[in-house]
Design a protein around this ligand. Structure first.
Ligand SMILES: Cc1ncc(COP(=O)(O)O)c(C=O)c1O
Length: 393
């Protein structure tokens, strides 16, 4: 216990933002760690002072940082670095996996009622362009343990792509992805996962889950900057997924990979989905955040702490009769609750802000959501519970 609290102090000391207020909203954006802040500042200042036209740094430093970042995402996801494309956010990865499918008119794209705009909007737009049907599976009111059966019953012989969250932003449910992927694959349907609320919140293994695509943001549970993310594309699923946009980072390393007479040899790995110039302070910041999480924080410790604080928050808030928790037991780092007196969730949220506690509302669910980060303390959860007691009366 002593060592653990010492480690927590050490971790919190590297996160300036968590010392400003009870930072309970990693589901929107995580706090930036000092090493990431320094790496971004260093790169931005170096570019400003010394210019961005030094090709020697581009080849000696910047491109290797991109490779290092793909490798770091791969370690997090238990995947091969060749299966990682760098993206700008979750939605970017979802778009890549949706638009690159070999669509034929009349096919189905399947979503669920647990999804975020970032999961469904690319599907709606692609459906318009390609003449697809969108089918929505109802998982919101079902226990997560039924999800694979619902997928099995809900897909048809025309279903080609299922888009599903690993952990839902709408109710916090953690879905049994391996079983879902098996059910979908048995029907010839590929599986694209919105990993916005799972990557960095729970342990994940691409080798075990068997999904085709896994779209990860950098800025949430991974404590990276905005504008950085990754898309995992399973090796076996790569040939069926075409790149939609392209640019020089997607080229093969071989000489003469392109010319102006129609020649274009794309990378044989997932770099083929990447595009062109990228904000390098973001690359260095993301890499520093992932390395800090891996070597200073420790993933096992972080995942254990997120789960422990989730359970602690559940217990503390459940004691308040004005609060109705509806996140199922199969959860990760998100806890959702409604107010039994029909108080306005946003007014309650604002009242929490004035008391130094930051969570958020999910408007279409008319609820509030607490994200328990590994940096949070039990005292902060106690403060949240006490503040809610005071506000709700
Ligand atoms: C489940 C889910 N999907 C997608 C997004 C959008 O994320 P991004 O900004 O990384 O595209 C969010 C959060 O904003 C989310 O919670």
């Amino acid at each position: 216990m002593e060592t653990q609290s010492h480690h927590l102090d050490h971790v919190r000391a590297a996160l300036p933002a968590v010392r400003q207020y009870a930072y309970l909203n990693a589901g929107s954006s995580g706090p930036l760690p000092e090493p990431a802040i320094k790496a971004m500042a260093h790169e931005a200042l170096d570019e400003a002072a010394n210019g961005r036209i030094r090709f020697e740094t581009f080849f000696a430093k910047k491109r290797p940082a991109m490779a290092g970042l793909r490798a770091a995402f791969a370690r997090l996801l238990d995947a091969d670095a060749s299966e990682i494309a760098l993206t700008h956010n979750t939605t970017d990865g979802v778009n890549m996996a949706v638009w690159g499918q070999p669509w034929r008119e009349g096919e189905e794209i399947v979503v669920t009622d647990l999804e975020h705009e970032g999961g469904v909007m690319p599907a709606y737009l692609a459906a318009k362009r390609f003449g697809l049907k969108v089918r929505t599976l109802r998982l919101l009111d079902a226990p997560p343990s039924d999800a694979a059966n619902i997928v099995d019953d809900g897909l048809s012989h025309r279903s080609r792509l299922l888009i599903v969250s690993h952990v839902s932003w709408a109710n916090g449910a953690r879905l049994p992805l391996k079983e879902i992927a098996e059910a979908a694959h048995a029907r010839g349907c590929r599986v694209l996962v919105d990993a916005a609320q799972s990557a960095g919140a729970i342990p994940v293994s691409m080798r075990e889950l068997g999904v085709d695509y896994y779209a990860v943001p950098g800025q949430k549970w991974l404590c990276g900057p905005e504008g950085m993310g990754a898309l995992f594309v399973k090796t076996e699923a790569m040939d069926a997924l075409s790149p939609t946009f392209t640019g020089y980072f997607a080229l093969s390393d071989q000489e003469n990979a392109w010319d102006c007479f129609g020649r274009m040899v794309l990378a044989s790995d997932a770099r083929r989905y990447e595009n062109s110039s990228i904000y390098f302070p973001g690359v260095f910041g993301m890499l520093a955040a992932l390395e800090w999480l891996e070597s200073e924080v420790g993933w096992d410790w972080a995942f254990g702490r997120i789960a422990h604080l989730h359970a602690y928050a559940r217990k503390c808030l459940a004691e308040n009769p004005r609060i109705l928790i509806f996140t199922p037991d199969e959860a990760a780092g998100l806890l959702h609750f409604r107010l039994t007196n029909d108080d306005d969730p946003e007014a309650v949220n604002q009242a929490l802000v004035t008391r130094g506690v930051r969570i958020r509302t999910i408007p279409h669910m008319r609820c509030l959501r607490v994200s328990t980060g590994f940096w949070n303390t039990e005292a902060e959860i106690d403060a949240l519970a006490a503040a809610l007691k005071e506000i709700l009366g």
